[in-house]
Design a binder for this molecule. Structure first.
Ligand SMILES: Cc1ncc(COP(=O)(O)O)c(C=O)c1O
Length: 390
């Protein structure tokens, strides 16, 4: 592997006033805590502390022994080591633990990008993965995932999009919101195209382990020295409230994040790091239960989609826990989702939050009961909306 070339310290931090409103977060602020049936989120059913202690064999004495020291800038030793053992072949120097992967995304974009840089992003896209680059003043290019092509991105198009000017390519597979993924050959093709121009490959692996029909993809870091992989406990691990994510990259790249982190979060809490370390050490125990549940939910959702194809069409997801169906008869999908939340207490996310107003994000990672009731109420709401337009 070649060495990683990192430019001088970047002085540009994206100005807050240039960051566009975070539409998904705004939607969640409005409805996440006020709905009874969540079929809009992109996570699995959350674990409770008691369950977690039992599954991870955490003795209360271990928690009692914890001293509330400050932690280290790139993460406490134990947590970094557990992440390194799981993801980087034991190399701790390539690991930074963060306050959710959102902090990792924010740090990396600000540390590596400058105004005018060309950045290739997916469309549709989780907003954070393009909006920070946009606020910095980068030139964004969209790599389309067309619904009519099963949300599969086209590699000929990627070849045209990536130029010697390209500084970064940002992807997220399995993908939020569509649930689409790549196969191992496509991953290698992607790496080949990015390597051709020496750009950074930012790989948001929030759902890496959550695959149903194929084993998880390997991280690109092992085969490309300019790959930067993000991960999180918020999605497949059922621990969003722990607020732990990570960034795996060459030490020179992580070093560049420290400057900004010194003004942002400084470090994580040692209590959070203790829980996170245990979760990472026994990740498979946490993830496998939720993966099985999501797989059963996906089957149920598939039957529901078939029964309701007069109103809704979809691409069955290959991974993650969300799908991105299209509503056939609803004129204003955002208004429809507002009413669904207000009148029927069902959380669904309008596609406008991902730039595709005729779609909705429908999540199936939660409890089977919430999914069942949410789908029944959604069906009634769809029929009512259709009767108004005909
Ligand atoms: C694709 C993707 N990346 C990153 C994040 C950020 O999550 P967190 O900060 O909780 O790790 C999310 C959250 O929804 C996401 O969907």
């Amino acid at each position: 592997m070649g060495s990683v070339y990192v430019e001088e310290l970047n002085t540009v931090v994206c100005p807050a006033e240039r960051l566009e409103p975070a539409l998904l977060e705004q939607w969640m602020r409005k409805y996440y805590f006020h709905c009874d049936f969540d079929i809009g989120s992109s996570g699995v059913e959350d674990y409770a502390m008691g369950e977690l202690r039992e599954i991870l064999d955490i003795d209360v004495a271990e928690i009692d022994a914890l001293v509330f020291h400050d932690s280290e800038t790139l993460g406490g030793r134990g947590l970094r080591r557990s992440l390194a053992d799981r993801w980087t072949g034991g190399d701790v120097d390539q690991v930074m633990a963060t306050h959710g992967s959102s902090e990792a995304n924010y740090l990396i974009m600000n540390a590596l990008l400058k105004p005018g840089d060309e950045v290739v992003v997916l469309d549709p896209c989780y907003q954070q993965l393009y909006a920070i680059a946009q606020a910095i003043g980068c030139r964004l290019k969209s790599w389309a995932m067309p619904f009519r092509q099963g949300f599969s991105p086209d590699f000929d198009e990627l070849r045209r999009l990536i130029t010697p000017e390209t500084k970064m390519v940002v992807v997220n597979f399995p993908h939020n919101p569509t649930g689409a993924s790549l196969n191992p050959e496509q991953l290698q093709q992607l790496i080949k195209e990015v390597r051709r121009v020496g750009a950074y490959l930012v790989w948001d692996g929030a759902f890496t382990e959550m695959t149903f029909d194929a084993p998880p993809l390997p991280l690109p870091n092992a085969s490309y020295e300019r790959a930067i992989s993000m991960g999180t406990l918020s999605k497949s691990y059922g621990l969003p409230g722990l607020r732990v994510g990570w960034c795996l990259a060459a030490p020179e790249v992580l070093e560049k994040c420290i400057h900004l982190r010194d003004y942002l979060t400084l470090h994580l809490s040692p209590l959070v790091e203790l829980m996170a370390e245990k979760a990472v050490r026994h990740a498979d125990r946490l993830v496998e239960r939720r993966r099985q549940q999501a797989m059963r939910n996906r089957d149920r959702l598939g039957l529901w989609m078939e029964e309701h194809q007069e109103w809704i069409e979809w691409v069955p997801p290959a991974g993650g826990v969300s799908s991105f169906p299209r509503l056939k008869k609803v004129v204003d999908v955002e208004a429809f989702c507002h009413r669904l939340a207000q009148e029927r207490k069902v959380l669904l996310v309008p596609g406008v939050c991902f730039g595709h107003p005729q779609h909705v994000r429908l999540g199936y990672g939660g409890s089977p009961q919430a999914l069942e009731e949410g789908l029944q109420r959604l069906a009634a709401h769809l029929k009512k909306a259709a009767s108004k337009t005909t």
